[in-house]
Design a protein around this ligand. Structure first.
Ligand code: ATP
Length: 262
């Protein structure tokens, strides 16, 4: 469906259309639509723009990716539908591998996601060649599968839109986990080393700019950024800023659009 440009929520609707299109192209799982809706609700609450706390989280995340020996960016259907080009660009800038890692694993979906990533850049995509499959013992069923060359041996794993169980499993394996999750209360958010509470459609391009700025910096500078960052404090700051914003609305900033009718 084409979105009318003059629609007051045109931007949000265009993103929603990409997710729906992704589902029709076998990239996005049905549950991905529900996950997206939950994200939209939280995005509304943070004002659909990047708050200051998210800029700090993104900077810490890029510093960690640049310091990593073997960083991997894990891609699922929603990420591929919304940010395939940016995923490839960020991976190239920070020297990370890309691994397709799906909650609802299906050969057809893996293939469709691989294609969309390959269109975005000439980069090797891990996670789909069974020769390299191995298992995370903490998880059951198909969700256990990871690539030996990727997540299994990585020191830093970035998981935009992950489920809490897998984040917990990765932490128990000793990985440093960076997540992007608009819900600051999800298990993923609480279990990550660095949680970016922002919409990935803004987080990725902003991280690309941060990576360009930090890439040439000395490791001492990057380590200082990390030393100044504490995820639990960052999540508490996030919640505090969100509640301040809502309080301001409650105390008068919220304008009554129906007033003109009276
Ligand atoms: P958990 O298992 O971590 O407690 P969950 O079960 O709520 O969380 P899922 O439904 O697997 O998690 O994942 C959806 C998460 O992704 C939600 O928290 C949602 O807010 C977030 N999300 C969805 N779309 C976006 C987006 N575009 N950018 C950032 N976060 C998003």
């Amino acid at each position: 469906m084409s979105v009318p440009e003059d629609h007051p929520r045109a931007e949000s609707l265009k993103v929603r259309e990409k997710i729906i299109e992704g589902m029709h192209n076998s990239i996005v799982a049905e549950a991905g639509l529900i996950a997206h809706g939950r994200g939209e609700a939280f995005d509304y609450i943070i004002g659909e723009k990047t708050p200051d706390f998210a800029f700090k989280q993104q900077e810490a995340a890029v510093a960690l990716l640049l310091l990593a020996e073997k960083p991997v960016i894990s891609v699922n259907g929603n990420v591929a539908a919304l940010c395939s080009k940016e995923t490839v660009e960020l991976a190239e800038l920070v020297g990370a591998s890309i691994e397709i890692n799906l909650f609802y694993r299906k050969a057809e979906r893996e293939k469709a996601i691989e294609e969309v990533l390959k269109e975005a850049g000439d980069i090797e995509i891990l996670g789909i060649d069974p020769t390299y499959h191995t298992y995370i013992s903490e998880l059951s069923h198909l969700r256990r599968i990871v690539d030996k060359r990727g997540i299994f041996s990585a020191d830093v794993v970035m998981v935009p839109l992950e489920d809490g169980d897998r984040t917990m499993a990765l932490r128990k394996m000793g990985k440093n986990v960076i997540s992007i999750d608009l819900n600051p209360l999800s298990r993923t958010a609480l279990w990550s080393n660095i949680t970016i509470v922002n919409n990935l459609i803004r987080a990725f391009p902003e991280m690309i700019e941060i990576a360009k700025r930090l890439r040439g910096k000395d490791n001492i500078v990057l380590k200082k950024i990390l030393a100044d960052f504490n995820n639990f404090n960052s999540l508490k700051e996030t919640l505090s800023e969100i509640s301040k914003g809502l309080n301001k609305l409650a105390k008068g900033n919220l304008k009554d659009p129906t007033k003109k009718l009276k």
